[in-house]
Design a protein around this ligand. Structure first.
Ligand code: YK8
Length: 177
């Protein structure tokens, strides 16, 4: 796998969770800027003492000669029950791209780990793996890996930039005593 982000931000871990995992203006703006369309969020499940999940669907625009111009994507996010408010949140996102060649062979697993550093500081780590449901031929595996890593590299490069840009605006005002 690859690690895309490992950074400290100037706002609380709870704020980071709500920015990344609710329908926040930040995510809305970011996905729009990346030209994701028809974004639909299902609500988080709310069972007590259990992992929570939610489903997202959207269309991405692609410029790969082997794929259609747009593809439907579904993302299943799991918030592990080991997460603790004000301390840490662990979310896995399984991303499946439909209507592309070999879509039934693989999916992507993105892990987001948010941890408290101080009251108004948190660390975000994002790492990614490509997972296989069936073993592809070498040539096909090459297509899958090349296309996935290049899409992921680009997505998380912009994502990190957007977060850095938004950091000041998102950070809690310093309270003077
Ligand atoms: C999420 C991984 C693969 C997929 C794509 C597949 C083409 C297959 C072509 C053949 C289009 C936002 C990607 C990049 C679409 C975008 C996905 C994003 C960036 C010939 C093999 C969507 C993170 C994410 C995860 C996986 C990415 C797909 O938050 O190449």
């Amino acid at each position: 796998g690859r690690q895309y982000i490992n950074e400290v931000y100037k706002f609380s871990v709870d704020k980071m969770f709500s920015v990344l995992f609710t329908e926040s203006p930040f995510m809305r703006g970011f996905l729009e800027q990346r030209r994701f369309s028809d974004v639909v969020y299902r609500p988080w499940t709310t069972e007590l003492e259990a992992d929570q999940t939610r489903e997202l669907t959207y269309n991405v625009s692609l410029s790969n000669p082997l794929t259609p111009k747009t593809a439907a994507v579904s993302e299943t996010q799991t918030l592990y029950k080991a997460s603790q408010e004000r301390e840490c949140y662990i979310v896995d996102a399984e991303v499946v791209t439909h209507h592309v060649p070999y879509h039934d062979y693989f999916y992507t697993l993105n892990r987001y780990v948010l941890t408290r550093v101080a009251k108004h500081k948190c660390r975000l780590r994002v790492s990614t793996e490509i997972r296989y449901r069936k073993q592809p031929w070498g040539l096909v595996k090459g297509f899958i890996e090349r296309s996935s890593w290049s899409g992921l590299d680009e997505y998380f490069r912009h994502f990190e930039l957007a977060l850095a840009k938004a950091e000041e605006a998102l950070s809690e005002p310093l309270r003077r005593s």
